[in-house]
Design a protein around this ligand. Structure first.
Ligand code: F6R
Length: 242
């Protein structure tokens, strides 16, 4: 695992956007797995700036989701489909056709999760998966005690994660209890994992993931198993490292 410590979130965003741009240059139809939440926004903004500036052509790149809330109506502004369309697909000048994710409004969520794993494989697998990390060490929405071999499935969010995500909704009650998330085993199949963490609030989780034992109690520690994992942190998020 390589650890890159940079001064701030903007520098982290720029570095990862450059890695994505280089990947797309090498492999124009690369499949980029994107995370939602606040942390990755500087990455998407930096990549969109490169597209606008003409230094990279992402027109053949494909985008896929890491996870999705269950039960939000189609088109809800906080569904991850809406967020990825707004923050990634549209700013990169891509169309909805280049983007796919699990349907959180599916009638049979279990079947939808299995189908999503299959569609990732059918698409040739994820080339670069960007990950955030929860304050409890989750990746995707694999909360502590998720199996390290888990596949895409329905999960229940912990109270802490619902509290963390309440800022995107009008009230805590509106935050869904369930999600479809790529499993840890699914995530580990991506060719390159890039975990981004910024801010002091992530320092303990980063230290546990990087320097702690491999443990289902800290799902992000599963990156230790991956042959090509990069952890990009700002100085605040790195402050718990030895
Ligand atoms: C979101 C996701 C989550 C977030 C994590 C951190 O798609 O998979 O694991 O990456 O909850 O969220 P932020 O970046 O908002 O602190």
């Amino acid at each position: 695992m390589e650890i890159v410590i940079l001064p701030d979130a903007a520098a982290c965003g720029e570095l990862i956007a450059s890695a994505m741009a280089e990947l797309v240059e090498r492999k124009p139809d690369a499949l980029l797995g994107v995370a939602t939440g606040s942390t990755p926004l500087p990455v998407y903004q930096a990549l969109a700036a490169k597209v606008r500036g003409g230094s990279v052509d992402v027109s053949r790149a494909r985008i896929c989701q890491l996870d999705e809330y269950v039960g939000l109506p189609a088109g809800h502004p906080e569904s991850y489909r809406s967020v990825v369309l707004r923050e990634v697909v549209e700013p990169l000048g891509l169309t909805e056709e280049s983007f796919f994710g699990p349907d959180g409004a599916a009638e049979d969520v279990a079947a939808e999760a299995i189908a999503y794993d299959r569609s990732l494989a059918a698409a040739g697998g994820v080339d670069l998966q960007l990950l955030g990390i929860g304050t409890d060490g989750h990746i995707g929405f694999n909360e502590p005690c998720s199996s390290l071999a888990s596949r895409t499935r329905i999960k229940t969010l912990t109270r802490q994660t619902r509290l963390d995500n309440a800022r995107f909704f009008d009230s805590l009650e509106e935050v869904p209890h369930h999600v479809i998330t790529q499993g840890i085993g699914t995530i580990l199949e991506a060719r390159h994992l890039v975990l981004l963490a910024t801010g002091e609030g992530k320092a303990d989780a980063v230290a546990a993931a990087v320097e702690g034992p491999l443990s289902a109690l800290v799902p992000a520690s599963a990156l230790q198993l991956h042959p090509h994992a990069t952890v990009v942190v700002d100085e605040a998020a790195a402050s718990g490292l030895k």
